[in-house]
Design a binder for this molecule. Structure first.
Ligand code: AMP
Length: 285
């Protein structure tokens, strides 16, 4: 355990985290992150502070949720800046374990959420949600939160966590938080630093494409394929952008919708700019 110059206490192991929690009973809001914090993360922190006596943020770049050849090694990190931002935000503790502490030699237990992980990011990134569900359960076990805050930006992740919490009787209230965007519409993401200046300038096409489909929906368009096509057409107009997928799916199960869409639906996209994948989505209905 390290005092952090008047800032939040920094806890490095599950045992330290649990001991701190035992000494700090009461309603606790928890914000899991991979660090390199931006205003999207800080909005989750603010919400937690409004709704709980205590707020804990974790920073852990979880190797288990990265596939071979993905960006685990080069994922951006800036612990000193993160701790400064969290001190300014007034969080009570930061949980900052290492991979060696989370996954010591002999580690062999995993959480698999089945159906809702099969499509979209689960299909594009095999093993990703197994890593996410496993680490979030481990974090919950150490932090013992009352509520946990997740961004709608990672729409499938939010649904996977909800499913796990319900299925495993975790008794944590999952609180979804709106997507925080740059002034030009680009969803904030730690990975936006990978974009070249030209790619960054082109990136708002992702939100523009979703907006076009959302306004068709508002005007009464209900054909799933027409809504997906509206997104694809806008993205196709940007030479630096490559559409990896566009999906219009059932809002809860994430099963792809065909024909006429009745209920609430999740319209989501992954657009590649070079090697960088940008995710975004909008909820319809
Ligand atoms: P990450 O550090 O990327 O794993 O994100 C940690 C949490 O912050 C997740 O619940 C994300 O969904 C959330 N988050 C990331 N970017 C944003 C954003 N632009 N707006 C709202 N929440 C976000």
């Amino acid at each position: 355990m390290a005092e952090n110059g008047g800032g939040p206490v920094v806890l490095s192991t599950p045992a330290e985290m649990r001991a701190w929690r035992r000494a700090h009973p009461g309603e606790l809001g928890f914000v899991p992150t991979m660090g390199y914090l931006h205003d999207g993360h800080l909005a989750l922190v603010q919400r937690s502070k409004q709704e709980n006596a205590l707020t804990v943020v974790s920073i852990f770049v979880n190797p288990m949720q990265f596939g071979p050849g993905e960006d685990f090694e080069r994922y951006p990190r800036d612990e000193a800046r993160d701790l400064r931002l969290l001190a300014e935000a007034g969080v009570d503790a930061v949980y900052l374990p290492t991979p060696a502490v989370m996954y010591p030699p002999g580690y062999q237990t995993y959480v698999t959420v089945e159906e809702v992980t099969k499509r979209l990011e689960g299909a594009a990134r095999p093993g990703h949600f197994r890593g996410v569900a496993t680490v979030v359960l481990k974090l919950f076990n150490a932090v013992e939160p009352t509520r946990a805050y997740f961004g709608r930006k990672d729409a499938q992740q939010l649904r996977v966590i909800r499913r796990m919490v319900q299925d495993l009787d975790l008794g944590v209230e999952v609180v979804p938080c709106d997507i925080v965007r740059e002034p030009d519409g680009l969803a904030m993401s730690s990975r936006n630093v990978y974009l070249s200046p030209e790619q960054r300038a082109a990136a708002p096409v992702v939100k523009r494409a979703l907006d076009v489909a959302a306004s068709r929906w508002a005007a009464g368009e209900r054909e799933a394929e027409a809504l997906r096509r509206a997104v694809a057409e806008v993205v196709a107009g940007e030479p630096l952008a490559a559409l990896e997928y566009v999906s219009l799916a059932d809002d809860v199960t994430l099963e792809e919708l065909e024909g006429r869409v009745e209920g609430p639906a999740l319209l989501s996209v992954v657009v590649r700019f070079g090697a960088t994948r940008l995710l975004d989505n909008v909820e319809l209905g």
